[in-house]
Design a protein around this ligand. Structure first.
Ligand code: F6P
Length: 361
């Protein structure tokens, strides 16, 4: 194996809290333990497509100070522009992977650390295989839907934010005798909704993995009323469908549509069926930004150090993962293949039911 002297790092996909803590850990381990140079590639694969390639050297001076505490990513990121199917202004998709690989070669790197979710890691892996370069993946996603790791960077901070939102909604719900609906992110998985819903004392939690009926939700709210409760908290994951199975999407200029709108739909139907006064909060990107919670800083630090050690050992095509209180590494391909949805019969769903929370079914 040729000696490593210079490695690259990029962040890809939607940002989340803890990305800067990963960058910091990678630079520390690479520079302090191995004396390597670390090159930060800007804006994910978009930086490798740009000419000149967008990059900067990340020395220890860059990572000392505040970046451990900072949300976002100092490198920038992108969640659009798959280089294998790159959209052109006239609406076609073209393969620009060779340009990205050429950009990577121009940096003369001995390996790349890619910090991303399932979509980004799939693209990076395809690029690494096509270009014949070494890749180590670090999982980050507030959605926590990547397989083979119990948790990914950013999820904890999103859950804390969603739980805090419920803490803020409860007193105003009780003061006005209202039903408060909170729509949270999570893409196709209900992890944020279920976890924050339990922690934040929700009465109803609707997630895409469990089909619901309004009959059941309304009956639960009526039951609470009969018991003397004058308010209710409802958490809805953004990918929950309408009762008839339609997916609600929000269109964006220059970007892919995202899930959105189900909170208002659920709120309207609760009012119609129960007569309750309802208000809806869509939490949105507040869940992505902000100061990383200690657990995200820790996970990012552990993953960053371990990823550099994988490169030192010449162990590529691996993703760092957290399993059974240990940091381990798994094949990137397997982590991507094993999508991690909420288990409708798993411990958290059972706990929610045990607490009398209505899961809509
Ligand atoms: O995957 C992370 C995530 O925040 C999802 O929970 C959400 O559906 C999506 O990204 C939002 O994407 P965008 O940043 O493009 O609005």
């Amino acid at each position: 194996m040729p000696a490593v002297k210079r490695i690259g790092i990029l962040t890809s996909g939607g940002d989340c809290a803890g990305l800067n803590a990963v960058i910091r850990a990678v630079v520390h381990r690479a520079a302090d333990a191995y004396g390597w140079q670390v090159i930060g590639i800007r804006n994910g694969t978009a930086g490798l497509l740009a000419r000149p390639v967008e990059h900067e050297e990340l020395g220890l001076a860059v990572v000392t100070g505040n970046i451990l505490r900072m949300g976002g990513t100092i490198l920038g990121t992108t969640n659009k522009g798959d280089p294998f199917a790159y959209p052109t202004p006239d609406g076609h998709l073209i393969d620009r992977s060779d340009e990205v690989i050429e950009g990577y070669r121009q940096l003369a790197l001995d390996g790349l650390i890619g910090v991303g979710g399932d979509g980004s890691l799939r693209i990076l892996r395809d690029l690494a295989r096509k270009g014949g370069f070494g890749l180590v993946g670090i999982p980050k996603t507030i959605d926590n839907d990547l397989g083979l790791t119990e948790v990914s960077i950013g999820h904890e901070t999103a859950v804390v934010t969603a739980t805090a939102a419920l803490d803020h909604l409860q007193p105003t719900a009780a003061s006005h005798s209202r039903v408060m609906v909170l729509e949270v992110m999570g893409r196709d998985a209900g992890h944020i909704a279920l976890t924050a819903g339990i922690a934040g004392g929700a009465d109803v939690i609707l997630i895409p993995e469990i089909p619901y009926s309004f009959e059941c939700v309304a009956a639960h709210i009526e039951r609470l009323k009969k018991r003397g409760r004058n308010f209710a908290l409802v958490v809805v994951a953004e990918a929950v469908k309408t009762e008839s199975g339609d997916q609600l999407l929000t269109a964006h200029v220059g970007g892919q549509p995202t899930y959105g709108g189900i909170g208002h739909y659920i709120g309207e139907h609760i009012t119609r069926l129960t007569g309750a006064e309802t208000r809806v909060t869509v939490l949105g990107h507040v869940q992505r930004g902000g100061t990383p919670e200690p657990r995200d800083r820790l996970l990012a630090s552990v993953f960053g150090v371990y990823a550099v050690d994988l490169i030192a050992a010449g162990r590529f095509d691996r993703m760092v993962a957290w399993q059974n209180r240990q940091v381990v590494d798994v094949p990137i391909a397997q982590a991507i293949a094993q999508y991690q949805a909420v288990d409708p019969d798993g411990p958290l769903a059972r706990t929610a039911r045990g607490l009398g929370i209505c899961l809509g079914d």
